[in-house]
Write a protein that binds this ligand. Structure first.
Ligand SMILES: Cc1ncc(COP(=O)(O)O)c(C=O)c1O
Length: 403
């Protein structure tokens, strides 16, 4: 059988020629459309991960692909040494979507986080008046903000952090969801609180109601910037443009990425008001590829898709169907479920199987999802998924849990 299937050889080659910094499911994808993927052997899978939310609009959304094609035929890169004709529109339309004055485009999520940290520190020294070299940023246990040496310095995940020191100082870690602990950690040198409004990598962990408004209030009172990392939670995933919207919270800085690139190119950005982003002057920060013409052309269309509100509504409505389906499995193999829009963290009874095993069995049934810590799996289907496809995913999960 192996001789006629292309998958085993392709898996072996990938393992042979790459560093093993990931442990992918043994599925080799060759094409995709909407919510569906096809592998090198012609098998079809329902995508219930959507590139960790980078594919919120599905694979190869026609409007996004058309924008990319048109831009490829015209202009792809200028560097920021010059201005190109897609740049201002992208920055303006994204700033308007965020309700902020300014946008600073980068590429990966980690770069947006690094940008947020640098801006907050400079703001702290130049605006707040923190003594040189003393700025600190309060972050949460269980965070995931990316993989740079500074970012892993304040990770509480040993896999992400161990043996990558010496670590960058200037971060204080407090329990997620504990407003008293966060408030107590703020001192005169605190320049920012950096949080995911929902912790995705940790298993779609939603903080207690009132936590985010409480953080907003204490940040305002203590003259501290509230930085919301909406790289995974933002841009329609939770049934609103931003996860912060669910509690009516407006942070000082949005960190965006993943879906901003429409599943085509890496695009990230920081959005904030001029009193914050305005601290950066020429030569102090940047990226060769940040805000390039191809990225901007695609991301403009992403922002336009979101500006209609259609995807946020879809996510909210279909999310209720997903919630109902998944809650019906609690006690039948699931021990916990957290759902916000089309984003779900499922805790599988560890006595039954690991998250990895569940994902392997789901893949064998034509549904792709990914485990996160231990027995937790995360579902984040493209927002173009249909009701029937949600029912299919839930039904296949039920079969897997039933053994
Ligand atoms: C909340 C959050 N922040 C930052 C990142 C890092 O993004 P990237 O992998 O594009 O660097 C991620 C990636 O999973 C994320 O979920």
């Amino acid at each position: 059988m192996d001789d006629i299937l292309r998958t085993p050889g392709a898996v072996r080659d990938a393992e042979r020629w790459t560093a093993h910094n990931y442990h992918p499911l043994p599925v080799v994808i060759s094409s995709a459309e909407g919510a569906w993927l096809t592998d090198v052997d012609g098998r079809r899978y329902l995508d219930c991960l959507a590139g960790y939310s980078a594919l919120n609009f599905g694979h190869r959304h026609p409007q996004l692909i058309a924008a990319a094609h048109a831009q490829l035929d015209r202009l792809t890169l200028t560097s920021r040494a010059f201005i190109h004709d897609q740049f201002a529109d992208f920055c303006r339309e994204l700033a308007e979507l965020c309700g902020k004055d300014l946008v600073l485009p980068m590429n990966t999520g980690a770069e947006a986080v690094e940008t947020g940290i640098k801006v907050a520190r400079k703001w702290g020294y130049q605006v707040k008046g923190v003594a040189a070299g003393q700025a600190n940023i309060v972050v949460a246990e269980g965070n995931f903000h990316g993989r740079t040496t500074t970012i892993v310095s304040f990770s509480t995940d040993e896999d992400a952090r161990a043996d990558f020191g010496p670590y960058t100082p200037g971060f204080t870690v407090v329990p997620y969801g504990d407003l008293d602990a966060l408030t107590a950690a703020i001192d005169e040198n605190t320049v920012a609180v950096l949080l995911e409004p929902i912790q995705g990598e940790q298993g779609v962990v939603v903080p207690p109601e009132g936590y985010l408004p409480g953080v907003r209030q204490v940040c305002t009172e203590r003259n501290v910037l509230f930085i919301a990392d909406e790289i995974q939670s933002g841009l329609g995933r939770t049934g609103a443009t931003f996860a912060c919207d669910h509690e009516g919270v407006v942070p000082d800085m949005y960190l965006l990425g993943k879906a901003l690139g429409g599943g085509i190119v890496p695009v990230s950005a920081v959005a904030a008001n001029a009193d914050v982003l305005g601290v950066l002057k020429p030569g102090q920060h940047g990226s060769t590829f940040g805000g390039n013409p191809l990225a901007c052309a695609v991301a403009i269309e992403v922002v336009r898709l979101l500006a209609t509100g259609e995807f946020q509504r879809r996510s909210a409505e279909l999310g209720e169907r997903l919630r109902a389906g998944l809650e019906g499995l609690v006690g039948k193999g699931l021990v916990g479920v957290r759902v916000r829009g089309l984003w779900a963290g499922l805790d599988i009874d560890p006595a039954l199987m690991s998250g990895r095993e569940a994902c392997e069995r789901l893949a064998a049934r034509g549904v792709l999802a990914k485990d996160t810590h231990g027995s937790t799996i995360r579902l984040a289907p493209p927002l173009v998924i249909t009701e029937e496809e949600i029912d299919l995913a839930v039904a296949q999960l039920a079969e897997v849990l039933a053994g």
